[in-house]
Design a protein around this ligand. Sequence first.
Ligand SMILES: [Ca+2]
Length: 506
Amino acid sequence: MKKTLALLLALVLVIGSLSAVAFADGADKEPYSFSMYSNITAELTEEDMKVINAVAESQNLTVDVQIAPSSNYNDTLQLTLASGTYPDVALFGSTTSQMYVDACRDGVLIPLNSYLDSGNYPNLMEYTYPISWEVLDVLGTGEIFSLPRTSIARQDCFELRKDWLDALGYEYDDTKAVTLDWVTEVMDAFTFKDPDGNGINDTYGLSMNSSDGNLNIPGFVNLAFQLTGWREYDGEYMDLHYSKTHDNYKRALAWTAEQYAKGTIDPDWATLDTTAAADRFFQGITGIRHEFVGWMSDDEVKCRLVNENAELSYVVFVVEEEGQPTEGGSFSTGYWGAWGIFQSAEKPERIMDFFNALLSDEWWNTVKYGMEGERWERNADGNLVSTADFGNISYAAPRQILRRNNDPGFFISLDLDLEKRLHVEELLGICIEQAVFPLDNNFRPSVADEMQFIDYQTNMAVQVSKIIIGERPVDDWDEILEGWYAAGGDSYVAEMQAYIAENQAK
Ligand SMILES: [Ca+2]
């Protein structure tokens, strides 16, 4: 591993072990102003600016917040770069884009390693995934040119109709994985035992849509068969979808085709887009739907518009056999976009004070929810609760600047009933814990851009759909996979394995 990056990562570990490190009070630092260019919102609200200003003032800073429209953000950023007149710091939507890589290589952005290594930004180090720093080494020199906008890595599973489970006499512990057999039985019951009690078999177990899962396998089936991206299996780096020696994907396909043949999957799935499939769940036609647990409460409200007794619960993981690992996760980098500081910025270290303060214990709740006393307060038990004005005060932008990597509360609205909110936070905490980063770091083998390969992949998805609906036997998968290797899969796998091996050896 390269020296600078190694030092950076070592620091992450040290700070992680010290936990809540107090950050230096910024009030005694000399005043500094900087401009911050981004598309974090369409329009800044009064509350947005109050929060940004409060955090900035605590560091004796003034931030000139410049917002560009999201629709053509990359183009306007490119024009700004070309103009030679730079903001002090800007948000780059992608750190793999040519624009970003050029800005790093050409010295438009400055390397931040010396600052990050200084120990002055404990919150930036503590609440960022180590893997993000690795991925941000875009030039392969160990230099880091931006601060990652962390995205909380999770392995989601599915929401389901609790009122249907209750009517049919099913109980389960929603904080533990369930088995695939249990899900299969529930899908049968949701389809054939009239869970909504209207006397007609007019419901289905599982909601699927045309773009569901990887190669049209529903998300939780991927989990049950351990199809969770590029990892090490039997001493080899492999995504089991493409394995010639493990039949996990074929078994997943067989299970899905069997459910379709029985009629427990929404028969219209292949023609439904995501929204249409979701609607059928809200209407009470389907009973299980892949979703982020953070949206469950909102979805319950939507279901109640159709049936006032509708209730949802959540399954955090599905295993094929009891005792299997509950690990998944498709986020490969741990961030979405990153803040680059320009060479023209006079005091990069002061700009970093602002970003570090956003994630501090002092300000994080304010960044999440808005000003204390206006949108939220603490109740007698010390829990954060919404004020009566919570929904009336529009607030969003500061939440889009930076995030902590470990806070389940971030996504759950404060105005949700407290007991419910804490339960959803517990479930989300489990989804966060079971997330394990795949090894590919979003690397894209060059063959992925070749027409023959792209065409084959598209056709392969169609053929997989045919297997699911019984137009082709499951055994045809062997031949389809063989064709994939011939169409470029050979070099795809070889390139990916070489990339991971090199990366792991660093
Ligand atoms: Ca019914």
